[in-house]
Design a protein around this ligand. Structure first.
Ligand code: NAP
Length: 266
């Protein structure tokens, strides 16, 4: 039976050139290539940056198949292989010389007046005002009211997503071996009328964070999952928790989280 690998790439010329090269090399190594999602594949390769990696996971509907990224993007926190390391990667892959990192996803249950929708995030779920409006939210953790929030929005991130949007608003970088949820405020308002927490809050993996609009059935809230916008009418509340669903990311055997942080950020 032939071994199948799926390849997904962005439209950047460097990615398209890398895709062509990778295709030839994988065929020579005895693999069959699919450019659409194929459940029989043993590996999915994303060619691009972090954005392309996130898009691949969502386009392929959160696959159970291991993924690896080839970085032709800017930062490349997810993709581990550079285009000039393709030969080494194929050789290591065939020998089984890699680490599999399991990444737990964040689950968001969005309840509206008439409906319920479940969405999954790798990096984060952002709850913000539609059309740049200020939003007024109630924040509950494990059924306890923590504080109301007024401002631009809240970013609820996974440990993996802690280095992304969360970090840009002053949230903490979290070691990915810790499975936590981080709630970071974006432009919190602190006046005599509104009091909002100003630092991020970190919750344990069994916490349930519930965000609800101060006014019942809010129409001006935007939910952004890993950079993708979702508009819901008449939101009643959003519950966030760490899911049992994980994606599997292949890492080269010399991958180490803090070296990566130091190399990319510090
Ligand atoms: P995007 O252009 O695809 O990504 C924005 C930047 O975030 C890129 O430099 C990307 O790296 C980097 N990035 C993504 N995931 C990361 C991670 N886990 N750790 C470190 N850096 C990461 O933007 P998008 O399509 O709007 O949204 C995709 C992601 O971008 C979101 O999940 C969000 O976390 C992040 N984002 C960041 C900001 C900000 O920092 N102000 C604002 C909006 C969204 P590459 O260059 O390799 O693609």
């Amino acid at each position: 039976m032939s071994r199948i690998i799926c390849i997904n790439s962005n439209r950047v010329q460097k990615s398209l050139d890398t895709k062509e090269l990778l295709h030839k090399k994988l065929i020579n190594a005895g693999f069959k290539i699919d450019y659409d999602y194929n459940p029989a594949a043993e590996l999915i390769i994303s060619i691009g940056g972090d954005g392309c990696f996130l898009q691949t996971v969502h386009d392929y509907n959160i696959p159970n198949i291991p993924l690896v990224g080839i970085n032709t993007g800017h930062l490349g926190f997810f993709p581990d292989v550079s285009p000039d390391e393709i030969d080494d990667f194929i050789e290591s892959y065939l020998k089984g010389e890699y680490i599999t990192q399991e990444i737990p996803l964040l689950q968001a249950q969005i309840v509206t007046k008439n409906n319920g929708t479940k969405l999954f995030a790798i990096n984060e779920v952002v709850v913000k005002g539609d059309k740049s409006r200020t939003i007024h939210l109630k924040l509950n953790i494990n059924d306890k009211h923590v504080q109301n929030f007024s401002g631009d929005g809240l970013i609820i991130s996974t440990s993996t997503g802690s280095t992304a949007y969360n970090y840009a608003v002053g949230g903490s970088i979290v070691d990915t071996s810790l499975n936590v949820m981080q709630i970071a405020p974006v432009a919190p308002i602190n006046t005599n009328s509104y009091r909002s927490f100003t630092s991020s809050i970190i919750c344990s993996d069994d916490s349930i964070v519930r965000i609800s609009p101060e006014c019942e059935f809010e129409n001006s809230i935007l939910v952004v999952i890993d950079g993708m916008e979702f508009n819901f009418k008449e939101i009643s509340n959003i519950s966030l928790s760490i899911s049992d669903i994980r994606i599997k990311l292949l890492r080269t055997s010399n991958y180490e989280f803090w070296s990566r942080v130091s190399e990319k950020f510090l």
